[in-house]
Write a protein that binds this ligand. Structure first.
Ligand SMILES: C[S@@+](CC[C@H](N)C(=O)[O-])C[C@H]1O[C@@H](n2cnc3c(N)ncnc32)[C@H](O)[C@@H]1O
Length: 244
């Protein structure tokens, strides 16, 4: 399947707020590879957590599944568990590509997709929710009720896996982390101008919390334990358990 490279912020067009529209969908997989450090490794780590903690045939929901990259990889890595995978996203353009990819890259009929707003989620008896780089796009006021809904929908002992871009409470360290991240993007072919323009487009749209704030959000909803299983500077992944 062809993949277009991300040149969205190269052109000298009028900057607009970032949106998951058709133009972004076209280049999305290239954007993931070049913008999210250790993206593939994090999915592989999630597969290990799900393999160890879930029973065969449980339901796993990927919230903000975008073009289905994680689900397709998880379905391949966890074929032996017979899980039922559901990808949920509000963008029909993303889902169109996700459905195509699932058909193209897996031989299974256990992946389905639904167009829904995750803030209204209600999926009782789910074994695990995965929410990778998506909570950061939900308005902060809507985050506590969303996490509470996920807690209610999980079966006792179920998992919530959360990956986010995070901030450091210490200002100097935070600046250093951001500079290190920009170097990561430059090494992957983004120019300084592109990085600056993307940053501007995401301002007010992507609102990152610190690891401590995200952990408190999860603990306040009742999750325990809540632990960080991956961190690379300002990118973090947390696993939270609904007590059995
Ligand atoms: C950065 S992408 C997620 C990447 C994806 N989880 C992955 O790891 O490949 C964020 C996704 O969240 C979706 N999204 C944002 N707000 C949403 C909402 N309220 N309900 C459902 N999906 C939403 C966007 O359409 C977009 O596809």
């Amino acid at each position: 399947m062809s993949q277009s490279s991300d040149r969205l912020y190269q052109v000298d067009s009028v900057p607009e707020d970032f949106d998951f529209n058709k133009r972004v969908v076209e280049v999305f997989d290239d954007m993931l590879d070049r913008s999210i450090p250790f993206y593939q490794e994090v999915i592989a780590a999630i597969a290990q957590l799900l393999d160890a903690h879930l029973q065969d045939k449980e339901r796993i929901c990927d919230l903000g599944c975008a073009t289905g990259t994680s689900l397709v990889k998880l379905a391949r890595l966890l074929r032996h568990k017979g899980f039922a995978f559901t990808g949920i996203d509000s963008s029909e353009a993303m889902l169109e590509k996700a459905r195509l990819k699932a058909r193209f890259y897996t031989d299974q009929d256990n992946i389905s997709f639904a167009q829904e707003d995750i803030t209204a989620i209600n999926r009782p008896d789910t074994g695990a929710f995965i929410m990778n780089y998506t909570l950061q796009f939900i308005r902060p006021l809507l985050r506590p009720p969303l996490i509470a809904r996920l807690y209610d929908s999980l079966r006792p002992g179920g998992l919530l896996v959360l990956s986010e871009k995070t901030i450091q409470p210490d200002k100097k360290l935070n600046r250093t982390y951001i500079e290190i991240y920009h170097r990561f993007k430059q090494e992957r072919g983004y120019s300084e101008l592109e990085i600056a323009r993307k940053r501007e487009a995401l301002e007010n749209i992507l609102i990152p919390f610190s690891i401590e704030e995200n952990s408190a959000l999860l603990r306040n909803a009742g999750f325990t334990p809540v632990t960080t299983f991956f961190q690379w500077f300002n990118f973090s992944s947390i696993v939270a358990v609904k007590p059995a």
